[in-house]
Design a binder for this molecule. Structure first.
Ligand SMILES: *Cc1c(COP(=O)(O)O)cnc(C)c1O
Length: 461
């Protein structure tokens, strides 16, 4: 045992050290005390196992250790990132960036009170989503809409409200996993519905659904394969045919479309995204979609469809657990206003990034590359055309044209350079491809270009 163990200072002794007094001005007393205790515990454990240490750290050394760990704690909160990955809907980066007007609306309601459940005309209580509900119906169709925390929640709630203890028929080709925790069979069992799989991985026919229907069937579910495609010898049943079958047999049809395109994005390279408007027009009873995917709004799940089904869903007890707050409502409402205004591609950031002509990206890439090459750094830059994707898990059939600034360092590997950029302020998250660092202009806002130049040139003097 190290004899120094007996001389370890107490927390109250440390609290009188000038560095700790300073620390107490920046952090609460209790937090400082708990960090100092941890530092002393660590020291005690080290001394117990190492008898060769001949000197205790000074009080100010210990205070600095505590400060370091507290600085780390505050740094681990959310920080802004320049998305240079090219992935437009990057789950790790919070998916869709929000529009200026949405941010303003959120700020307006966030630091004060808002008419969440009070109708200001009549002074009476009203439903919190009524304001956005009408906009959703106007834009997508259907009779009624409601909003919950995200699309996973929307699916869970819909199945719980419409199919608890009943069978839901779904194709084996559509049992998706959207990131680890959203797997259709798991969501189904959590909702209390009974999954009845039909067809095979590659082929499901209308007759498969037809022959699976029994007296305990509640609904026919269609799920969009957002992040994969089954290609080759395949068959899936279009929602129109499911609706016809549903009508014949008295069953409702639920269509989880995932992204929620309001337009046909084919000209931008995105094909095969089902549109809520089409699904509702075809007669789906309920359509489910995310607010923060192609729609470009805040994270939320949108449930839209028939008055009867949406009412059941909105009055289910789980609704309370999944409901959105005033900030989401404000952000969504402002985003929908941009669609109602008719020029969303100019004002919804996700759409303006998607719509930026390739020539504009090429020009910006040239400017950035030239500035880097003319600076005093060991990094050289070049411009290359490339393709990118909507989401990290998007299918390879959905290529979006783009242009990249490719960086090469004289002394750092691609991983080392990327890690430097990732730790800059703001952080830059590049794409590494063929062992080279790519800054993809498709997801970099033009307002960020100068910052990119500055961070890259400073990263490596
Ligand atoms: C993305 C997606 C979900 C999950 O939506 P979240 O908003 O992430 O909860 C569910 N279903 C489909 C088809 C999706 O594409």
């Amino acid at each position: 045992m190290n004899p120094l163990l007996r001389s370890i200072p107490s927390v109250s002794q440390l609290l009188e050290t000038p560095e700790v007094v300073e620390l107490c001005a920046d952090y609460s007393h209790d937090v400082v005390v708990s960090r100092l205790r941890e530092c002393l515990d660590d020291l005690r454990n080290t001394l117990k196992t190492d008898s060769s240490i001949g000197k205790l750290p000074s009080h100010s050394d210990l205070a600095n250790l505590a400060r370091k760990s507290l600085t780390q704690l505050s740094r681990s909160s959310l920080r802004p990132v320049i998305n240079a990955t090219g992935v437009l809907l990057h789950t790790g980066l919070g998916r869709a960036p929000m529009a200026e007007s949405a941010v303003r609306q959120i700020q307006e309601v966030a630091n004060g009170y808002a008419s969440v459940e009070i109708d200001l005309e009549s002074g009476k209580r009203s439903q919190r989503v009524e304001a956005v509900e009408q906009k959703l119906v106007e834009l997508f169709g259907g009779e009624r809409a409601t909003v919950v925390n995200n699309n996973a929640g929307a699916t869970l709630l819909t199945l719980a409200a419409l199919a608890s203890s009943k069978e839901v028929i779904v194709s084996r080709g559509e049992l998706v996993e959207i990131g680890g925790s959203f797997r259709m069979p798991d969501v189904m069992s959590a909702s209390g519905a009974i999954m009845h799989e039909v067809g095979t991985t590659n082929k499901t026919h209308l007759r498969d659904y037809d022959s699976a229907i029994n007296e305990n069937t509640a609904c026919l579910l269609k799920v969009h394969c957002s992040n994969y495609r089954v290609e080759g010898f395949t068959k899936s049943v279009p929602v129109t045919e499911l609706v016809t079958l549903g009508k014949q047999r008295g069953l409702i049809v639920v269509d989880d479309i995932g992204s929620g395109a309001l337009f046909d994005y084919a000209s931008l390279g995105i094909t095969g995204e089902p549109m809520a408007t089409e699904s509702l027009a075809a007669g789906s009873d309920i359509v489910l979609l995310s607010g923060d995917k192609l729609l470009g709004g805040p994270q939320c799940g949108i449930i839209i469809g028939s008055e009867a089904s949406v009412s059941k869903i909105a009055s289910h007890p789980l609704m309370r657990a999944l409901r959105v707050d005033k900030m989401t409502l404000a952000g969504l409402s402002a985003t929908l206003d941009l669609y109602l205004g008719g020029k969303p591609e100019q004002e919804v950031p996700l759409l303006s990034l998607l719509h930026t002509p390739i020539e504009v990206l090429e020009h910006r890439a040239e400017v950035i590359s030239k500035a880097i090459n003319e600076s005093e750094t060991k990094i050289s830059a070049s411009v290359e055309s490339d393709v990118t994707y909507l989401g990290g898990g998007s299918v390879p059939t959905q290529e979006i044209s783009t242009c990249c600034v490719v960086l090469k360092s004289a002394s750092l590997t691609a991983d080392q350079l990327a890690s430097k950029l990732r730790r800059s302020k703001p952080a830059i998250l590049p794409r590494i491809k063929n062992d080279r660092v790519h800054l993809d202009l498709r997801t970099i806002f033009a307002r960020e270009d100068n910052m990119v130049i500055q961070l890259v040139t400073e990263s490596h003097c």
